[in-house]
Design a protein around this ligand. Structure first.
Ligand SMILES: Cc1ncc(COP(=O)(O)O)c(C=O)c1O
Length: 406
């Protein structure tokens, strides 16, 4: 069976959805990923073993951190982080509402209460020490920050706040591999950081995650929990290092396998190049869409080196967003919403954890649109998306105006 491939950037192969002229994201890989996966398949050792150990060494070097532990997903990484930090029933944890739901859901599995924090402004949609402070109370045990769209939060101030209040700090760095703040990589600031390698991330192995920490006590706790709390791995026993094992704690199967690890090792070698290509595409968008009263382009003034995971626009309040997205869809351009606010999801509405309203997040929840962004996106495609957005906003506003007049 032959694989569907589309080459849209020299040296990169993109397997995209053929029905979209411009999909939201595309996986990028070279022949090397194919060869490395084939090599591991032929080796006969597919589960967690030497490739995963090598991947963990690669990440330790890349991020310059003491511990990097590969796991089966970003959500598994968050789960292990909360477990190692001792999150418990009735504890509260501050989490941005403008976020994928993984951190909040995971906190709920511990019986903990997510207390949602607002973001600063439509042009800087990140949590800040000020917005986090508003959600802290006497039951708060920790803070989760998320480097939304790949733009780092102000981590120096956030670390100071966490220390002052005696709270732990987790970085959800799913959007931010390769990003940094004040020259220090995202992932190295918090007590623990969690990465995801789901298919739409800056680099991917289909499903996978990573827990990173500088703290030996945390690494020691969470390492066995990744594999049922067992004292030795199947790989150790295969190599004849152990006949048996003990179980120190009731852990999980959150292991990453060697096939995905091999794939991710190659992807990691491409990360800086992929991020450069993303940054270039964002600069194309900014020069085509900048300075326009019909929308705001967030992050024009945010500090830190971004991994450009997402490119979002915040439509003017008067623009009917669903009509704009539908018009773009009819032209074959895929758009999305990152994110519908977590505190407004049915489950969390019912849980009613947000004492205060989160006005900026709620505003963004109505106005934000994500445009296609991936390393193989061509200049022509960026022009097409930009002119489609312009026409869609004008057309949808005209239509809405006519309906109002009728
Ligand atoms: C910000 C954020 N956190 C956590 C996750 C969860 O990662 P995963 O899908 O690998 O479990 C995602 C993923 O999709 C994410 O975007």
């Amino acid at each position: 069976m032959s694989l569907h491939r589309r080459i849209s950037h020299p040296g990169l192969q993109n397997s995209g959805s053929p029905e979209w002229r411009v999909p939201l994201s595309e996986t990028c890989f070279t022949e090397e990923e194919v060869e490395e996966v084939a090599r591991v398949l032929r080796s006969g050792w597919w589960t967690n073993g030497p490739e995963t150990q090598a991947l963990e060494r690669d990440w330790k070097d890349y991020l310059n951190v003491r511990h990097a532990i590969a796991v089966s997903s970003g959500t598994a990484a968050l789960h292990l982080a909360f477990l190692a930090l001792g999150l418990g029933r009735g504890d509260e944890v501050v989490i941005p509402s403008l976020n994928f739901v993984a951190a909040a859901n995971t906190a709920r599995h511990f019986g903990a209460i997510p207390r949602f924090a607002d973001v600063e402004s439509p042009s800087a949609p990140l949590v800040s020490p000020e917005t986090v402070k508003r959600a802290i109370n006497e039951k708060t045990r920790g803070i989760v920050v998320m480097h939304y769209a790949g733009y780092p939060c102000a981590m120096d101030a956030m670390v100071r706040l966490a220390r002052e209040r005696g709270l732990w700090l987790v970085e959800d760095a799913a959007h931010a591999p390769g990003a940094s703040f004040r020259g220090i990589p995202c992932g190295k600031w918090g007590d623990v950081a969690c990465f995801s390698f789901f298919g739409n991330k800056n680099i991917s192995c289909a499903e996978g995650g990573l827990v990173v920490t500088e703290r030996d006590d945390i690494a020691e706790k969470l390492l066995p929990l990744r594999s049922h709390g067992m004292s030795s791995l199947t790989w150790d026993r295969f190599r004849g290092h152990n006949f048996s094992y003990d179980v120190s704690a009731p852990g999980f199967n959150f292991r990453l396998d060697d096939i995905r690890s091999a794939l991710l090792r190659v992807q990691l070698r491409s990360l800086d190049r992929f991020n450069d290509l993303r940054r270039q595409r964002v600069s194309w968008y900014r020069s085509l869409l900048g300075n326009d009263p019909r929308w705001i382009l967030p992050f024009e003034e945010t500090g830190g080196d971004t991994s450009c995971h997402l490119f979002t626009v915040v439509l003017a309040g008067s623009a009917p967003r669903e009509a704009v997205m539908s018009r773009m869809k009819s032209e074959g351009i895929q758009t999305s919403i990152h994110y519908p606010p977590t505190h407004q999801m049915a489950y969390y509405r019912e849980l009613n954890t947000s004492q205060d309203r989160l006005p900026v997040t709620e505003e963004l929840g109505r106005r934000i649109v994500t445009l296609p962004l991936f390393p193989g996106l061509t200049h022509e495609q960026v022009r097409l998306v930009s002119s489609s957005l312009r026409d869609a906003v004008d057309g949808a506003c005209r239509h809405a105006g006519m309906r109002k007049m009728a």
